[in-house]
Design a binder for this molecule. Structure first.
Ligand code: ZN
Length: 272
C-alpha cells in the first residue's frame, strides 16, 4: 500500500513526459488505462491490461489523428519518400511522436520544393525534422513543441542540410540520427558565437557520424529554392554559413540571435 503514492507520481510523470513529447501521448495513456482496466482486465493482469490497452489506443491514434488533424487544418508530412514526393523524415521517430504536422500550405510547399530539388539533383531527397504537433490549442505556450516553442502554429518546420557520402560522393543522411546537434562549426576567420543556455555546444557529439559530409553547394541550392518562394517568410541559419555560401544579400535568410538554438546543424523554415 505504501507504494501507491509512488506509483501515482510515476504515472503522472509519465503522462507529463508523453504530453510534452507528443502533445496527445498523455490522453492516449489515460484512454489506454481506462480501456485496460474496464475491458481487458477480464483476460489479463491489471498492469498488462493497461499496457495492451495503451498500445491499442496508440495504434488507433496513429491511424485516426492524421484524419482528425486534417479536418482541423493540419496535415501529416509523408512517412517515407517516393519517386513523386522525395520528402521524408530524418528519423521515423518524428512521425511516431506526432511531430510531423503542418498546415496544408506548408506541406504542399515542402512537397513541391522537394520535387524541384530532386529535378536539380538527381537521387537527392529533402529530409525534415521537427514540424508541429497535430492540434492547436491557444498559443505557443499551449501548442508549442519543446524545445522550440515557435513551432506552434503549423507554419514552421526544421529541415536537414544536404549531405554526401565521404567515400562515394553520393547522397547521404545527416550525421546525426535525430538531425540535430552535429554542427558545421565556424572555420578560422569566420564569425563565431559563444555557447550559452540556449546555444548548446554538444562538443562530445561532434566526432560522431562523420561518414557523411556537408554538401555545401546543394544545401545552398535548397535554401535558394525555398527563399525564392513568395509564401516563405524566413529561413534561419547561422551567419558564418550565410556568408560562406554567398547568401549575404538574401533578406529572408536570417540569424535568430544568441537567445535561440543554433542553426548550423539544421535549417528552420517558416511561412506566412
Ligand atoms: Zn525550427
Amino acid at each position: 500500500m505504501k507504494r501507491a503514492p509512488l506509483k501515482i507520481a510515476a504515472y503522472v510523470f509519465l503522462l507529463l513526459v508523453a504530453t510534452l513529447l507528443t502533445q496527445i501521448g498523455g490522453i492516449i495513456i489515460v484512454l489506454g488505462t481506462i480501456a485496460g482496466l474496464l475491458v481487458l482486465r477480464r483476460w489479463f493482469r491489471p498492469a498488462f491490461a493497461v499496457i495492451i490497452g495503451t498500445a491499442l489506443c496508440y495504434g488507433m491514434a496513429l491511424l485516426l489523428v492524421p484524419l482528425l488533424a486534417q479536418s482541423l487544418g493540419r496535415e501529416s508530412l509523408p512517412w517515407r519518400a517516393t519517386d513523386t514526393t522525395p520528402l521524408r523524415p530524418r528519423n521515423i521517430g518524428f512521425c511516431l511522436l506526432f511531430r510531423n504536422f503542418t498546415t496544408p500550405e506548408l506541406a504542399e510547399l515542402l512537397r513541391s520544393t522537394s520535387r524541384d530539388f530532386a529535378k536539380q539533383h538527381d537521387g537527392y531527397q529533402v529530409d525534415y525534422l521537427d514540424a508541429c504537433f497535430p492540434f492547436r490549442f491557444g498559443g505557443r505556450y499551449t501548442s508549442g513543441m519543446l524545445p522550440h516553442l515557435s513551432h506552434w502554429d503549423g507554419e514552421k518546420v526544421d529541415l536537414c542540410f544536404v549531405y554526401r557520402d565521404r567515400d562515394t560522393g553520393g547522397p547521404a543522411r545527416s550525421p546525426s540520427a535525430i538531425g540535430y546537434f552535429i554542427y558545421e562549426n565556424p572555420r578560422a576567420g569566420e564569425t563565431a558565437h559563444p555557447s550559452n543556455l540556449l546555444r548548446w555546444d554538444m562538443a562530445w557529439l561532434q566526432k560522431l557520424g562523420r561518414d557523411s559530409q556537408l554538401d555545401e553547394a546543394r544545401t545552398r541550392d535548397l535554401l535558394k529554392l525555398f527563399s525564392q518562394n513568395s509564401t516563405v517568410e524566413k529561413l534561419l541559419l547561422e551567419p558564418h554559413l550565410k556568408t560562406r555560401w554567398g547568401l549575404s544579400n538574401d533578406s529572408k535568410i536570417r540569424f535568430q540571435g544568441l537567445r535561440a538554438a543554433r542553426h548550423d546543424d539544421h535549417i528552420h523554415l517558416q511561412v506566412y
